[in-house]
Ligand binder design. Structure first.
Ligand code: ZN
Length: 276
């Protein structure tokens, strides 16, 4: 599958376009060759509650997003699937478009009125923006950066169990970036606040859009530089240093958290900008 290309919307909505129809945190899907696919717009057009948003072109097919009407009956052969397993089970490019669709629908839902003067907003033609016709305020879809950091100490990795996760999963630590903060400063602050340690050698690893509801996870690696673990009881149930042969239950594959851990367990041949 190729990547989503931002192209102008065609004058007529093509029937063979894909419709990413969203209700709450679920997406309408079709069974396709034993896997999960996205329905053609022509077959499910009546599902869209209001405006449909053009997202771009994926592998030569136009993609649209729409909120699913509450009353909509799903056509035969379609079903609803929650976003989180979908993001981790779909083809990466398709998952990216699904994540974008969720964020656009959420943006539409939460920006119906101007935040300054409460006038109903209007979509700006040709742009992913909403404008207030009274005061001119522009609103764009929000992206909230968060860091996620793998910290190692010798042959051990720092993993923690968050209070908000229902499963007893241990993962690397993450936190949202504060206004005025660099990503490296966020890494240092989060680790200080959540487990009371200092880190050094903070290096970029990779990033992953995370539409819950509009994050961008920016992954880093770092080395422990000092301090004993002191767990913040508000955020965490537990934290500890783990060796490769005694790892706890880990996050699902394909999440950036798991990629950071897997890369440490069995480093890929590809250079990561970090000496072995
Ligand atoms: Zn306004």
């Amino acid at each position: 599958m190729s990547r989503l290309v931002r192209v102008p919307a065609p004058p007529e909505v093509p029937a063979e376009a894909l419709l990413f129809a969203v209700r709450g945190r679920e997406l309408v899907i079709v069974e396709e060759g034993g896997g999960v696919g996205i329905p053609r717009l022509g077959a499910v057009r009546e599902l869209a509650a209001e405006a449909i948003h053009h997202l771009g072109c994926l592998g030569g097919r136009h993609c649209y997003a729409a909120a699913l009407g509450d009353e909509a009956d799903l056509p035969q052969g379609t079903g609803l699937m929650a976003l989180r397993p979908l993001m981790l089970g779909l083809d990466e490019e398709l998952a990216g478009v699904a994540g974008l669709a969720f964020q656009i629908v959420d943006w539409e839902r939460t920006h119906r009125f101007c935040g300054a003067c409460a006038t109903p907003t209007e979509l700006v033609a040709g742009e992913r923006a909403k404008r207030c016709p009274a005061c001119g305020l522009l609103a764009f879809p929000r992206v909230a950066p968060a860091v996620i950091a793998r910290v190692t100490r010798g042959d051990e990795i720092l993993l923690a169990r968050g209070r908000r996760f229902p499963d007893p999963v241990y993962s690397v630590l993450a936190g949202f970036v504060d206004p005025g903060e660099s990503l490296e400063q966020t890494v240092a602050r989060e680790l200080e606040e959540e487990v009371g340690i200092e880190v050094e050698d903070v290096r970029y690893f990779a990033s992953q859009p995370w539409p819950f509801p509009h994050s961008l996870m920016v992954g880093f690696t770092a080395r422990w530089a000092g301090g004993d673990l002191r767990v913040d009881p508000v955020e965490l149930v537990d934290a500890g240093w783990f060796s490769r042969d005694a790892l706890p239950l880990l996050p699902p594959p394909l999440s950036i958290a798991r990629r950071l851990i897997d890369d440490w367990v069995a480093p890929a041949d590809m250079p990561r900008g970090q000496a072995p």
